[in-house]
Structure formats: structure tokens, C-alpha cells
Write a protein of this length. Structure first.
Ligand code: CP
Ligand code: NVA
Length: 311
């Protein structure tokens, strides 16, 4: 059964097809067409953490394609009210797929282990694959191609940077993380990328100005992710020199685009003038969450439509 727990679950060819499908479905929407590609399909959204973009983009995406979605919050008692096996097998009889936002990556792995329905990772502590799909859709729209483009992530070696490093390797893009020492990406994750993609061009630097010098896109995310609130004070101190502000933008090419997965802490990891500035694609990037995920859902649940409509 096809799951998307991490981007290791799909091939670079799958990725290209998902992005192409997303582009076709997006163009149709802009032209005023909302084909019922997922008529009568139902997905569940099982979320343990707050969300605006992920939840709303999946729900609206399904509705626009003629399907439905069910938001399952804490009241369903996942992990508390019955065994994981009972919970998952029951859910699998009702829905065509589940999008899961979990505190720990092992929880989405457990959910997928029963093969009761396709599981899509809607963010875990390890990675955020759906975010990365939207991010590269946005980069593709800005530049028209991927190969050799340089994405520089200024900030924490976190879930978002993990998925970006991997998706860059899948698209032959160069990825640089500029982070304070002690906040680099997980070493096992990096070795998995290098093993799967031996040509991956990934580096970690501790000097943000040097890192952005050849950037085509500069990305940042919060210094303190959901669940890390106890570390907030220490993180503010550690990341103080890693703010994406005018000074850092001046060290980058004037053609560089700015990305952020949102929600942002304005004035912390990014300043107002940069987030709202002329180089920012951040709002379009968040809109692309829906288009990218529509591409993913169609690829997972309606292959026939792709055969007929995506060349
Ligand atoms: N970027 C993102 O995943 O946003 P939400 O937490 O609002 O879903
Ligand atoms: N790194 C952030 C991303 C939020 C979309 C977090 O995990 O909270």
C-alpha cells in the first residue's frame, strides 16, 4: 500500500508526476474548473497538534475535487481509548486515506503498519513532506526548473529542513542549512539521504551571510517548533544571529526568493520588511499547500485521471 510517511516513500519520477498533476489541477482551478476527480472519496484528518494550513488546505482540496474530509481531533481518543490496531482497522473501513499530524514520527509509522488505508504525514517531529511538496511547487513556478538551483535554509535543522534537504536531493537541487552549532539536521536522516541519493549536494554552515551568497531561494522557519516550548529562551539566544532580515538579504543575490512555511514569529526568525517584501513568495507558497496536496491525493487515489489528463 502506498503511504507518504516521508519523501523516501516516493521516487523522483513519482515526485515529478505529483508536481505535474498539481500544476494541471491548479491551472484548471484558475480557469474556473473544479473537476470531480475524487467524487465520493473521503479522507480523515487525524491531528494531535494545531494546524491552519495543513488542515484547511486538505479539507478545501478534497471539497473542490468532489470528495469529503473528516477532522478527527482529540475526542476520537487515538492512542488512549482503544488499541492502535482496533482504532486503525476500524478507521480503514470508512476512509480512503488518512492525513496524520503526530507528535512523534513513530506514531504515523504505527498507523501505517496495519496497511488499513494510505497514511499521509501531515507533520511529525521528523519531517513535513506535504510542506516540501508545496515549497518546490513554488520554486518551480518562480524559476521554471529545479536542477542546480540553490535552496538555503537559515534556521533550525528541524522537520521542515529535513524534508527540504531530501526533496532537493530528489530534484538535483543544492541544499544548504545555515544553523548555530548544535542545531544541525539529524545525522541518521542525512545518511539516509546520502545513501538513497549519492549525488545529493547538501552542506551545513554556521555563517548565514556566507550561506545565502549564492542562494536562489532563502527559507526560514520558527526557532522553536511545536513541542519545544521549554527550550524557547535557550533557542532565542542560540539563533539570535540567524534572523532573516534586511542585512542578511543584502548578502544574498537580489534575485533570491524568500520562503517560510508559516506560522511565523515576526520579529524573531524573520522581520516584517522581508516577509512582506518584494522578494517574498510566502503567501503564494502557503496557497500552494492545497494545489500540491491535490496533486498528491489524485496521484494516490485516482491514477486513471492522471493517465487521461496529465501528459
Ligand atoms: N505550515 C504548516 O504546516 O502550517 P500549519 O501548522 O498551520 O498546518
Ligand atoms: N517546525 C515547525 C513547522 C510548523 C509548520 C513546527 O514543527 O512547529
Amino acid at each position: 500500500m502506498q503511504h507518504l510517511l516521508t519523501l523516501f516513500d516516493i521516487s523522483p519520477d513519482d515526485l515529478q508526476l505529483i508536481l505535474k498533476t498539481a500544476g494541471v489541477v491548479k491551472s484548471k482551478l484558475i480557469a474556473g474548473e473544479r473537476p470531480n476527480i475524487l467524487n465520493n472519496k473521503v479522507i480523515a484528518l487525524l491531528f494531535e497538534k494545531p494546524s491552519l494550513r495543513t488542515r484547511v488546505s486538505f479539507e478545501t482540496g478534497m471539497a473542490q475535487m468532489g470528495g469529503a474530509s473528516l477532522f478527527l481531533g482529540s475526542d476520537v481518543g487515538w492512542g488512549k481509548r482503544e488499541s492502535p490496531s482496533d482504532f486503525t482497522q476500524v478507521l480503514g473501513q470508512f476512509v480512503d486515506a488518512v492525513v496524520c499530524r503526530a507528535k512523534q514520527h513513530a506514531q504515523v509509522e504505527l498507523l501505517a503498519s496495519f496497511n488499513a488505508m494510505p497514511v499521509i504525514n501531515g507533520l511529525t517531529d521528523l519531517c513535513h513532506p506535504c510542506q516540501a511538496l508545496a515549497d518546490v511547487l513554488t520554486i518551480g513556478e518562480a524559476f521554471g526548473s529545479y536542477a542546480n538551483k540553490h535552496l538555503v535554509f537559515v534556521g533550525d535543522g528541524n522537520n521542515v529542513s529535513h524534508s527540504l534537504a531530501l526533496i532537493c536531493a530528489m530534484l538535483d537541487m543544492k541544499f544548504t542549512l545555515a544553523c548555530p552549532s548544535g542545531y544541525q539536521m539529524d545525522a541518521d536522516w542525512l545518511s539516509r539521504i546520502r545513501k538513497a541519493y549519492p549525488k545529493a549536494d547538501i552542506q551545513t554552515l554556521h555563517d548565514p551571510a556566507a550561506a545565502v551568497k549564492t542562494a536562489d531561494a532563502i527559507y526560514t522557519d520558527v526557532w522553536t517548533s511545536m513541542g519545544q516550548e521549554a527550550e524557547m529562551a535557550a533557542r532565542r539566544q542560540a539563533f539570535a544571529d540567524f534572523q532573516l532580515n534586511k542585512m542578511l538579504m543584502d548578502a544574498a543575490p537580489s534575485s533570491a526568493r524568500v520562503l517560510h512555511c508559516l506560522p511565523a514569529v515576526r520579529g524573531e526568525e524573520i522581520t516584517d520588511d522581508v516577509i512582506d517584501g518584494p522578494q517574498s513568495d510566502i503567501i503564494r507558497q502557503s496557497g500552494n499547500r492545497m494545489h500540491a496536496q491535490k496533486g498528491l491525493l489524485v496521484w494516490m487515489l485516482a491514477t486513471d485521471w492522471i493517465t487521461k489528463n496529465v501528459s
